[in-house]
Design a protein around this ligand. Structure first.
Ligand code: URA
Length: 181
């Protein structure tokens, strides 16, 4: 089990200097679905919960409409637990420093399906070398769990209906996986 007190006071990388809060994750301690984003943004850094801004609203609307799941039914977290200044992409060092926390969370929650959002999470979790256009919706094995990646909802907010449509289709793959297991 990861030590939450240690995680909340982690200083393994430089993000500990600029963060307001360590955004550990939220949801049931054993959830069938684990949703993993990149890193907290400004809202999350202030509020201490993942995906509580505009991206999160779109994500959970699509999850409700396509899969029939609410936020409260999923464990939601990020591959990096502290906000990178200006929302820049986390560095390799930051990803590496946070990786043991993230791997510990997968072990503790033991989800049946892991959904990675965006390239940073998808590459870090599944080791993909290609971009999201090539890998979205591809079903992978991750230990005992199955996994897949789709676009980050922030990319859908920027990219419009065509990206939202792809996310909807990927979420239907996710729904099938959850039904199969
Ligand atoms: N974007 C992310 O990747 N994670 C969050 O928690 C919020 C926005």
């Amino acid at each position: 089990m990861i030590d939450l007190a240690q995680l909340r006071s982690c200083t393994k990388c430089g993000l500990s200097v600029t963060r307001q809060r360590v955004v550990v994750g939220s949801g049931p301690s054993h959830a069938a679905l684990m949703i993993v984003g990149e890193a907290p943004g400004a809202n999350e850094d202030e509020g201490g919960e993942p995906f509580i801004g505009r991206s999160g609203r779109l994500l959970f609307q699509l999850l409700d409409e396509e899969v029939g799941l609410t936020r409260e039914q999923c464990f939601v977290t990020n591959v990096v637990k502290c906000r990178p200044p200006g929302n820049r992409t986390p560095t390799r060092e930051e990803l590496g420093a946070c990786r043991p926390w993230f791997l510990g969370q997968i072990q503790d929650v033991a989800p049946r399906v892991v959904l990675a959002l965006g390239n940073t999470a998808a590459k870090s979790i599944f080791g993909f070398t290609e971009g999201m256009a090539a890998v979205h919706g591809r079903v992978c094995q991750l230990g005992d769990a199955r996994g897949l990646a789709t676009y980050h909802p922030a990319a859908a907010l920027r990219g419009g209906p065509s990206v939202v449509d792809v996310m909807r289709r990927d979420l239907l793959v996710l729904k099938r996986l959850l039904g199969e297991l």
